[in-house]
Every structure is written in C-alpha cells, then in structure tokens.
Design a protein around this ligand. Structure first.
Ligand code: ZN
Length: 374
C-alpha cells in the first residue's frame, strides 16, 4: 500500500498560521496518510460568519457523501457559495500544482456555504476534493477549532475508502448518535460526543473489513481520533483540575513544546530555547542578574542548538544574554511567555512560563516530572 497524500490548502480568509497548525498537528501522527500544507490560497467571496442554531437541517442528498450539516434551512441563503465553488478551488490547485488524481485535496475555509455545513466531499466520482469550515467549532465543542477540523479531515479520508457513493453512506451513517465515527450529528453538540468517544462501532468496523480499508489507514485514523479525544478531555478537565500540561524536549534538544493537548512546538529560537532549558534545569529559580554565574552552562545549552555564525558571534550573543546591564534575557523571557500563552491561553500557560517578580529569582513552576524527551 502506497502512501495517501493529503494536500491542505486554504481560502484567503483562513490565516496561514491556523492552516499550518492543522497540518503540523496531523503530522504528529505519522502513518499511511501524509499531510502537505501549501501556501496556495485563494480569495473566495465575502467572509460572513455562520449563524448559530441548535439543530441542523435535514440534509439534501444531492450534494455530497460526507458532510456535517450545521444549521437550519432557514439560515441558508442563495447568496452564499455552493459546494461546487469550494471544490473548484481544489481543482484550480490540482491543475496549478499537477496534483495526481488519487491525492486528496482539502480546502480549509471560513467562508459560509449556502447550506451552512461544516464539511463536504465532492460528489463527482473519483474527485477527492473536500472542504472543511474553520469557524464556529468552539461554540459547539468547547474546544479549539483545530481538533474538530483534524477529526473531520482524518475521518473523511477513511470514509472515502468505505463507501462507493452517497446512498451507501446514507444507509450506513447513524442518525441517532452512538458515539461512532459515522454518527450523523444532525444535532451539533453530537459532534462533540463522537470526538470524545473516538470510537468506531462494530457494524462500521465490519464494513471497513469488507471494503478492505487499509489496516494502516485505520490504525492511523484511530490514533488521530484518540489523540483528539485526550486533548479535548484534557482541555475541558483543566477547568476543574487546573493540572498544567507537560512539556517535551526534542531528542536533539533543539525544540521544546507542550504535551497532553497534542504535540505543539513553542516555536522558540535557539537563544530562547537556551534560556528556557536553563530555567528548566533550575527549579529553584535564578535571578537574572546572576545569569553570568552560569555562563558555562548557558554556553553549553546554546551550542546544542543549530547555531550559525563565528565563535566570536556566538560569544557576544551569550555575553549579551547574561549581561546584568542588558535587557536581553528579560526581553527573551517576555517573548517566550507570549509564544506559550498564545498557544495555551494564560491560565494553562501559567506553570510553563518563566516568571518571578523584578529583582527576585525567575522560575518555571511546572512539576519537573512532567518534562519528557521525545
Ligand atoms: Zn458506526
């Protein structure tokens, strides 16, 4: 079985950062599916937010195999984009980049569609085009839009192996939710339920066997579903547990990020990683004016990164960092804090940032048993 290539593009209303986050997240679950992000983006109509409603419409069957209806029919208008508009974007991308027919192309968009569905697949046989809505997930699932988008994406690929056409899918899907990947989720909060169960029911498992869905694809999809499940539960439980997530340090020591909600890098540069790892090594805390006493350690940590520049250059960067009369360390600590907080939110970031009152030792509060190497 060869790899399944999945190209993820965006319409111009979706930021590069949020699209990249989806790609990076899925890439942390290696397997048969390979995910490729692209800078390709296209302007698509005006950006109009979807409208909240508790129940979705009874879906029309003429559009697509796999969809998550979002809203009551009364919200649908003729002014908005229809599904083929979105798939057309996928086709433009295919033509421009010579994407093979067997590859899957997903368009991430926050542009509303006329039926207000979360996602859909191209109904034209053999065309593996899809779109997924990036907006409004938080409202339905109490979670970052990353997780439902990733869930949709992974399960849409596996469904494309399970069904030949829409009527098959229509017969197989579960109108009454049972916590299976094939729950129809007409009621929007049911999407949250299937993400939290991360399960495939025995009927659907049987169908996957009959249709020879590649084992490796199934296994990878289940890993993604399981990862999403634990991330969502971790985030929701944080509200009552206040348990900070753990952090990881990459094997080559050049990257640091967060665990438990997915494996996200903090995106720190070499000097920031140096400082962060230094404070990880010092749970007791260190006053910034005493950094110079730890020059050897800081120099060693810095050199474990992929450093460019002459020895002279490296020395001057380190000297500036530890200089008590310079703001260098303090500025970097602020930048680290900003990066971690942007990723986790202030409350969840609290134990992970370097902090302490001016003139007193700075420290990372996190229980060091939550630091792992990966
Ligand atoms: Zn099922």
């Amino acid at each position: 079985m060869s790899n399944i290539r999945i190209h993820i593009i965006r319409s111009a209303d979706v930021t590069k950062v949020s699209s990249k986050r989806v790609v990076d997240y899925l890439a942390t679950f290696p397997g048969l599916m390979q995910f490729f992000g692209s800078d390709f983006n296209i302007q698509l109509g005006r950006n109009e937010p979807m409208v909240h409603a508790e129940y979705s419409s009874i879906p029309s069957t003429k559009y697509s195999m796999f969809f998550q209806p979002v809203n009551e029919k009364k919200w649908a208008t003729n002014e908005e984009h229809t599904f083929p508009d979105f798939f057309e974007v996928c086709n433009i991308y295919r033509a421009q980049e010579n994407i093979p027919d067997e590859d899957h192309v997903f368009l991430l968009t926050s542009i509303r569609n006329n039926l207000n569905w979360f996602s859909a697949a191209d109904k034209v046989a053999g065309r593996k085009n899809y779109f997924i809505q990036m907006n409004q997930w938080e409202y339905f699932t109490m979670s970052d839009n990353l997780y439902p988008v990733a869930y949709q994406l992974a399960t849409m690929v596996v469904k494309s192996y399970m069904f030949f056409d829409f009527s098959e899918y229509e017969r197989a899907r579960h109108i009454r939710p049972i916590g299976c990947m094939l729950d129809f989720c007409q009621r929007k909060k049911d999407i949250s339920i299937k993400m939290r169960t991360a399960d495939i029911c025995s009927d659907c498992q049987q169908l996957m066997l009959e249709r020879h869905v590649p084992n490796l694809l199934t296994a990878q999809t289940l890993r993604i579903m399981e990862g999403i499940r634990s991330a969502i539960l971790f985030k929701e439980r944080f509200e009552i547990t206040r348990q900070a997530p753990g952090i990881w340090i990459s094997e080559n020591l050049r990257d640091v990020g967060v665990n438990d909600i997915g494996f996200f890098s903090f995106g720190l540069n070499p000097l920031e990683i140096t400082l962060y790892r230094f404070f990880l090594n010092h749970p007791e805390g260190v006053q910034l004016s005493f950094l110079q006493d730890h020059r050897d350690e800081i120099y060693r940590l810095y050199n474990q990164n992929d450093i460019t520049g002459s020895l002279e250059n490296i020395n001057s960067r380190i000297n500036e960092l530890i200089d008590p009369n310079s703001n260098s360390a303090s500025e970097k600590i602020s930048r680290i804090k900003r990066k971690i907080t942007e990723l986790l939110g202030a409350e969840m970031a609290n134990e992970l940032i370097i902090q302490g009152p001016t003139g007193e030792p700075k420290k990372i509060l996190l229980d060091r048993s939550k630091v792992v190497q990966r």
